[in-house]
Every structure is written in C-alpha cells, then in structure tokens.
Ligand binder design. Structure first.
Ligand SMILES: [Zn+2]
Ligand SMILES: [Zn+2]
Length: 428
C-alpha cells in the first residue's frame, strides 16, 4: 500500500488531484479517516456535499444504504412503508445484527432501523427516515436530494417514483433483482426531466399495461388476475443484492459527479452471475410514444394555503382559466368492498396501495376496488373536498390540465405546506 501512496499517478482521472500530505489530513471531526478514498472518485470533498434518498429498505436497499454510509455521504434519507419481518434477516445486512429480535417484536419501521444502522456505521452521515409509501410523499419533498436510489420490488412503484423524479428533475438510479432468475440484476440510470422515464424503456404493450394499472378508472383485467394470484414475490439472494447495490452506488454517484456532462440518455447495466457470468451495458432514449412527458405549455404556480384546508375547486380557480381539471397521479380508490364481511367504505387510497389496506370492520385483507377517481373537474361532487381528504400528499406539485388550451398544464404548490412536517423526512 505504501507504493500505492507513493505515486501521484494513481489519482483517478477526473478526481481532484491530491498530494500525499493533503490525503493524510482527511480526518472528519468524528475521527474517521477517509484517506483511502481520497484518490478515488469518492473523495471526501465530493461525498460530504451529497444529499441522497434511498427508496426501499429491503435486501437491495440495505446494500445501497450500507455503501453510501461507508462512503460518507453528507445526508442520507431512507423511505420505506413496511415494518421489519423475519424473512428480511437472511438478506439484509443492516437488520440482522444487534437487537434484531426486539425490532421484530416491536415491528420497527424498516426505514427507521436502516437509518439508525447507517448512523452507527458512520456517525459523519446525517440520516433521516420516513415510513411511507412514495405516493404519500409530495413531489417537492424530493427536490432537496442530488440523487434518488430506487430499490423497490415492483414495477408500479418504480414507475410512480420515476414520474416523481421526472416532475422534479431528479437523477434516478434504479436497481432490480431477479429479473430472469435469482442471479440476474439490472441497474438503470434515468437522468431527469429531459431524459427517458421508467416506462420509456418498456415495450408498447407493457407500458400500456403499467400506465393503465396506475391511471385507468377501472382496474384492468390483468391487474385483477395479478391480484388474484397474490404474492408472486421474486426469489433473491444477499449475493445478488450485494453485487447490484455496489454497481448502483458506483454508477449512480459517478453520474451525479458528471451531471454537467450528461447527454440526457438513459444508461443501463445488466449483470448475470450464473450460469455464465456476464455484464452488458446499453443506453436508451426517451420513447416518442411514451405519454408521461409533456411538451405542451406548462406554468408553475404557488398559492397560499395548506393541503388540509384547500379544496380542489380552490386549486382549479387559482389557475384563472375555466374548464380545467385536477389530474391525479394515480387512480384513488374511493369505494372498496371487504370480501369477508361485505362492508363497503371509502378508503381514499391509491390503487397500488390497496393490498396494504384492511377492512375497518373485521380487519380482513384482500379488499377489492369498486370505483376509483382519476381526475376531478370543477363541477364534480369531489370539488369541495380538501386535498388531504382526497388522500393527496402534503408538499405536492398538483397537476392541473386545461383541455380547452391544448392540454396546457399547471403545476401548483401550496406555500404553507412547506412548513407542514406531514410527509417529510425526520432527520437525526
Ligand atoms: Zn417515458
Ligand atoms: Zn370486513
């Protein structure tokens, strides 16, 4: 190692050039010595400035969080809606140590436990957590992050997060496990508003299915089939999670550091560990037929008020243009039925999240959708409902469309939501 240090020629191209003397001084106030990272792309000067979000704290999320903590990113937020379960322990490096059984008994939110462990790994990192689904997190809450790591386990949630990152122009680095088998993974980089989204890379048919699952007023037939089959989880190993998580952080952080040279194309790396180990790289572009990108006129508005006070009608009136409607990000189920006791009620939850809803009368699962909302016009009976009562997140950029003006779009933000902690990350 002394030989390695002896020559400045080992400075990685593009990384800040350091003398040995400077490297010897890279010790943080907590006493952590970062000198071995100084001649890599991940030197202290760069990583300490980064604010990153990791969405999904499963097997892959654990690896990504561990890597980011070891590299010493400045701020690290973890978002996950679930609580710790016994099956997490065999694949999740952050959950199987210490008092795991106590956290299982208490059903600790995975986001909170992952943030606590990240802080234990590296006290230099400011950590934060939020136990919520991404549909409960307003779009503006993502704007404070340089990069968002997606470690989700299903396509609908990935598409939702990809749309949020398009709207807020965030770099998104997605990791997927077990696509073809339990030794196969995919890492994808979506550069932001001017680049492709998650749906762009799908074939026409699959894209239409995914978008219908999110937006269509009625549950599409293939959605019902998937619901009926229930729980077709993907088999994954800690080995694949470790490999994909390493690529995700390496490629993702390099993409952040190179942002100014970005060419607005998507990049992906496919990784196969078995039967014949292989790595392939490809690029992809925005699909001209993907409907999730807007080339029509757009206008941003900031209006006074908070989500729990402002109604849909007030939001529509703020545009000053008649005939507009509020376009919801995804279908909101306003009537559902319990198959056990036949109770019908109004859960006001996104269709994608209905699997986590239980019957308020008997506690039964497998709740079925009866009807959903996808947009609200000014004369709708829902127009007097507040945004909170509709199940919309605080701090959101609400999408309003004017069909009389070639689908001109408004992005409306409520100013007082900025001070509302609901739907925001809790920092240490
Ligand atoms: Zn797209
Ligand atoms: Zn019931």
């Amino acid at each position: 190692m002394s030989q390695w240090f002896a020559s400045g020629a080992h400075n990685e191209p593009g990384s800040p050039r350091k003398t040995r003397r400077e490297i010897g001084q890279v010790v943080s106030p907590t006493g952590r010595d970062y000198s071995r990272l100084e001649r890599t792309a991940f030197c202290r000067e760069r990583t300490a400035r980064l604010a990153v979000a990791v969405v999904g704290a499963g097997a892959l999320g654990n690896e990504v969080i561990k890597n980011l903590a070891l590299l010493g990113v400045g701020r690290l937020a973890v978002v996950d809606r679930d609580c710790l379960e016994a099956s997490n322990l065999t694949r999740s490096v952050l959950f199987c140590m210490g008092d795991a059984s106590g956290h299982l008994a208490e059903a600790t939110p995975k986001a909170r436990l992952a943030a606590v462990r990240a802080k234990e790994l590296n006290p230099d990192v400011q950590t934060g957590w939020l136990a919520a689904d991404i549909s409960e997190v307003g779009a503006t809450r993502w704007t404070g992050f340089d990069v968002v790591f997606s470690c989700l386990d299903n396509a609908s949630a990935r598409l939702d997060l990809s749309r949020l990152c398009l709207r807020t122009d965030r770099l998104l680095v997605d990791g997927g496990l077990g696509l073809a088998n339990s030794s196969d993974g995919l890492i994808s980089i979506f550069p932001g508003r001017s680049g492709p989204c998650y749906a762009c890379r799908k074939g026409r048919q699959r894209r239409a299915e995914l978008i219908a699952e999110l937006y269509a007023r009625a549950v599409p037939c293939w959605g019902r089939e998937a619901e009926a089959q229930d729980g077709g989880f993907v088999a994954t190993t800690p080995l694949l999670a470790s490999a994909v998580g390493a690529f995700q952080v390496e490629l993702g952080l390099r993409a952040v550091f190179a942002a100014e040279q970005s060419n607005h194309r998507g990049q992906a790396v496919r990784l196969r560990m078995h039967p014949a180990p292989a790595i392939s790289r490809f690029v992809f572009d925005r699909s001209p037929s993907c409907p999730l990108h807007f080339d029509t006129e757009t206008e941003s508005l900031e209006i006074p008020g908070r989500s729990d006070q402002v109604t849909v009608r007030q939001l529509l009136d703020a545009t000053g243009e008649p005939g507009c409607y509020l376009a919801l990000d995804g279908a909101i189920v306003h009537r559902a039925v319990c198959p056990t006791c036949q109770l019908e009620w109004s859960p006001m939850r996104r269709r994608r999240c209905l699997g986590a809803v239980t019957c308020p009368a008997c506690g039964g699962f497998r709740v079925r959708e009866v009807d959903a909302l996808v947009q609200i016009e000014r004369d709708s009976s829902w127009a007097e409902t507040t945004l909170t009562d509709l199940g919309l997140p605080s701090g959101h950029l609400h999408e309003i469309v004017n069909p009389r003006a070639s689908d001109k779009r408004f992005w409306v933000e409520l100013i007082e939501d900025r001070d509302n902690p609901r739907g925001g990350v809790q920092w240490d």
